[in-house]
Design a protein around this ligand. Sequence first.
Ligand code: M6R
Length: 604
Amino acid sequence: MCGIVGYVGHREATDVLIEALKRLEYRGYDSSGLATLSTGRGKGRLRVLKSPGYISALEKRIKTGSSRIGISHTRWATHGVPNEVNAHPHMDGEQNVAVVHNGIIDNHLALKRELARKGHEFLSQTDTEVIPHLISEEYRHNGGNLFEAVREVVKRLKGSYAIVVLHRDHPDILVCAREKSPLVLGTGVNEGFIASDVTALLRYTNRFIFMEDGEIAKVAADGIHIEKISGGTVAHEWTRVDWSLEDAEKGGFKHFMIKEIFEQPRSLHQSQTGWRSDENSIPADLATARIIRIVACGTSYHAGMVGRYLFEKFTGLPTIVSMASEYRFADATSDDPLMIFITQSGETLDTIMAAREARSRGLKTVAITNVVGSTITRETDLTLYMRSGPEIGVAASKTFTSQLMMMYLFSSYLGYRMGYIKRDDLNSIKEHLRHTIRSVEGILNNTGPIREMAEWFSGSSSAFFLGRYVNYPAALEGALKMKEISYIHSEGYPAGELKHGPLALLTEKTPIVALVAGDHTYEKMLGNIGECSARGSPVVAIAPDGDVEIGRYTDRVLHYPRVDPLFSPIPISVLLQLLAYYTADHRGCPIDKPRNLAKSVTVE
Ligand code: M6R
């Protein structure tokens, strides 16, 4: 939620701040702003520019730039409506300090009251505005030491923050600090960068330091100095990130989402081949687990739900799946589960806090994430990487199928290590997965029927997605994709559950998307399709090639290249992503930036 950037160096700061910020727009896009310190005429003056709406609106307001240092921000509103006043950066009353912030300051009301008593006036409704006011107070009292002033202020903040501070009397440094919100530092030749994530900076550098909670840094063109907020210097290793700039660009596609959907044969292949090195990192004691608990949010939670069936099948262990936001508030059980946290971004605060909680209880913890150096990697005993490449579209697509791939690989490998399945079984699963990637290619090579169906679908206002067994979570994910990008109200259901209530909503205007795999649920699915048709609802069946029986139940069928039914959630999910994408495109929706959403949910 919210993206922040800081730059100091030899380039025109405004250019870097806008270019990098655009790559963070997926984190929030209701308003944006920047602050620079001018180096030409009017030297020493903080120039702040803000705009409601997308970054392109801010860009239009920029006239000239002549600065070598600055900060910028793209917002996902938490406190105060998205308007120009509430947009960041925020300043102190004397306009000496500018601050951009990602996170939530829980004690901002108490701090605001304290500052108001001292005569401070506030312009915005945000929690952030107290920070520059506090810094200016502290700075005055400590004789002009910006680093120490920021340190003393952040010690007083409760909640989550990644902040970058620019002061008009310090044209050579930026000070930043983090607690529960991500922050990376980058370096080039005579320049320093700060950003919420690495994709913002790929154009300039691939050498990064991932700051940790409780750290504060001074970033100058000639170097970076990091300390713990509580005191004491910190030595970080530089991490090289191999994502290329092209990975983070649209490459001729209309939207990031469709580019990312089409990247899936490659991302799935990368997940599968990368797994070979991860296998070796799995400690033997994981195979002594007696119960497994998977914790995640949103799309990652759906991947975990598919994982539940797979862990139970391949390890024989009872497996529970919890939403991270709920797990933390449930009572601890006496079980000693192996905890698996799935998070594409590695920054979802609910998932991170759940991992922290599990670790504090002494449980074994494993993270599955896509982002090297992300926060979750420091919260768990072991990290397994999905290797999907950067995903910019807010709606998860290629990272979901990579998460599924990880579920197949991890569950079967664990089962093999436990002696529950044999080496031959493991090899056969890997072969099925390779075949599944080819089936995804088949879908992407023939999108015509899906586009036609999407055109018809785009006239709907409410829809149901039904599946059973491993395709029940695929139905949930298909419905989530459809609702978040096309704004058509969509619900995913286990097909057998419909008659326990939701059937009351079916009319001839309520399309049903029924996920069919040729497994032990097949007959029952046909029955459920019949129940819906009998109520006049048009049914779109998603069925494997060669299924002729299905044509007797509905004349709307989208076929996918046949795979072993256990693996069908992967091709089915790709097909449903395309259905959601083309439907949303037909409706003219802002697909990469759906209203009210953000890619990385770093608030609880
Ligand atoms: O980064 P994470 O996987 O932890 O994100 C969890 C959810 O916020 C995320 O999957 C969200 O539901 C998707 N953007 C939906 O497409």
